[in-house]
Design a protein around this ligand. Structure first.
Ligand code: ARG
Ligand code: ZN
Length: 479
């Protein structure tokens, strides 16, 4: 499910990225290779051109003792041009590829591209059913010198942003191409598997000593938001006040962090209900959270319907802010996704500001106090102010400034337009772009339209200009 994009811009970016396979511009009729890369400003070779995925069916078997992962992913897609061949982002070893029933030839290109050449060219608009079989040891597969597949004593965790999918399923790995998912994993009895969405059927014994777990996501999902947690987990299932399935899962190896983790993650439904009151209807079919075993991930990620948390968030005791943050991303990031990774402020600035709003609602400190604190905590000569939240750069899109200065920018917007208009902007934004993609420029235009104020200077100052902004009026009435 791809958002429309300017083919010219993509083609140009691909040429600039210097991928030789795509340097040829086919103006004459006839099938051409789908581009490797969608021309993202930060990650030009992520994702692929020439087709649009609607569904991934990921069916795997996993051996925790050896980290062997084997299985089949079936990709349902539609060609968006005549294609001689096309690519997926994938790093594991492939054993066969079929396209619409016929064996296809395939080759690896670089560390994370799988080039598929169908027996016969594909025509624009044609439905594609691509079956990729593979087997590998994901923890040993490096892309740019590292793997994001995190092995644990009892299993593994596949959680990462923006790179994770290519260590467990072949995909069109860019948020612009969202799809629904079925994830099915066969694991040894006594091992649990948690993923996004709902369980269409309970886990069941399938082979002597092996059980299958099924998870289904029925709303469009960006590839980086699909996750796997395999291991020994305490799984709790419940139903929210609004009637939604709630699934929380806790590694059995949390030790002294276990109680504080439960105290925070068991508040997920309360947090989501509170956020729904601010941001509009919750966009997805289920809720929950997963606390990963120590030693796997050192961050939290807003995996769709079910954020995954490092246990480190509970080292210092209770902390519900990370739950507020990751669930705010369900609206800002998961439902409304970046059109380009350069727009990461649309995710992190908003999720961070949700924490300030929670603090204010809990009587733990107002957003103004938190703004004042953050402003004072970073003196004018602090390198913090050199990062532009609206364009932090590919080297570190997750720089703290995107979060903190990003939240400060939203506080300035709130001050400029007033609380009532500010909330109208947030709700209208999540409604207009639900399940889609968006840019910062679109947000600025929308905020200006709703408020009737000229916000150009405010956005330019807080998002796009290095240096510590001086506090004062940057807002005028729209002409
Ligand atoms: N989006 C995540 C968050 O909510 C950040 C993920 C950063 N990625 C990483 N590999 N550390 O803050
Ligand atoms: Zn975040």
């Amino acid at each position: 499910m791809r958002q429309a994009l300017a083919a010219v811009v993509t083609a140009l970016a691909v040429v600039l990225a210097g991928t030789p396979a795509n340097a040829a511009v086919h103006s004459a009729a006839g099938p051409a290779p789908g581009s490797a890369g969608l021309g993202d400003s930060y990650f030009p070779d992520y994702g692929n051109g020439g087709y649009d995925v609607s569904h991934y069916d990921v069916r795997l078997r996993y051996w925790p003792d050896t980290d062997r992962l084997a299985g089949t992913t079936t990709i349902l897609a539609r060609a968006t041009q005549d294609l001689s061949r096309f690519e997926f982002d994938f790093a594991l070893s492939v054993t066969s590829v079929r396209v619409n029933g016929a064996p296809a030839s395939y080759a690896r290109e670089g560390a994370h591209k799988l080039v598929v050449t169908p027996a016969r060219p594909v025509t624009d608009g044609q439905p594609l059913t691509v079956v990729v079989q593979y087997a590998d040891t994901p923890s040993a597969v490096k892309v740019n010198g590292a793997t994001a597949w995190a092995r644990a004593a009892d299993g593994a965790v596949a959680v990462g942003e923006p790179e994770i999918a290519w260590w467990w399923f072949p995909s069109n790995d860019h948020p612009r191409d969202k799809a629904t998912f079925d994830v099915s994993v066969l694991v040894p009895d006594g091992t649990q598997v948690v993923s996004n969405g709902v369980m269409p059927a309970p886990a069941h014994r399938e082979l002597p000593g092996w059980s299958r777990w099924n998870w289904r996501s029925v709303k469009p999902m960006a590839t980086y938001l699909a996750f796997l947690a395999i291991g020994h987990y305490e799984i709790r299932t419940d139903v929210s006040v609004s009637g939604q399935p709630v699934v929380t899962a806790y590694s059995q190896n949390l030790g002294e962090y276990a109680d504080a983790a439960h105290a925070a993650v068991e508040r997920t439904s309360e947090v989501v209900d509170w956020e729904s009151g601010l941001f509009g209807p919750y966009p997805f079919e289920a809720r929950g959270g997963v606390v990963a075993p120590p030693g796997t991930i050192g961050f939290a990620l807003e995996d769709q319907t079910r954020p995954v948390y490092s246990s480190k968030f509970w080292q210092g005791g209770a902390n519900v802010y990370v739950v507020v943050h990751e669930n705010a991303h369900q609206w800002f990031g998961d439902s409304v996704s970046v059109a380009d990774w350069r727009n990461i402020w649309l995710n992190e600035g908003f999720a961070s500001y949700a924490e300030w709003l929670w603090s204010e609602a809990q009587g733990e400190g107002t957003a103004q106090e938190l703004f004042d604190y953050s402003y004072a905590a970073h003196p004018a000569d602090d390198p913090f102010w050199q990062v532009k939240p609206g364009d932090p750069g590919a080297r570190d899109p997750f720089d703290r400034a995107v979060y903190t200065r990003g939240a400060m920018a939203l506080h300035q917007l709130r001050l400029a337009v007033g609380d009532e208009v500010f909330l109208r902007i947030l709700r209208g934004w999540t409604e207009n772009h639900r399940y889609g993609n968006a840019t910062i420029e679109q947000f600025e235009e929308f905020a200006q339209g709703v408020s009737g104020k000229n916000l150009g200077a405010l956005f330019a100052t807080w998002l796009f200009t290095p240096g510590r902004p001086t506090l004062g009026a940057t807002v005028t009435r729209a002409p």
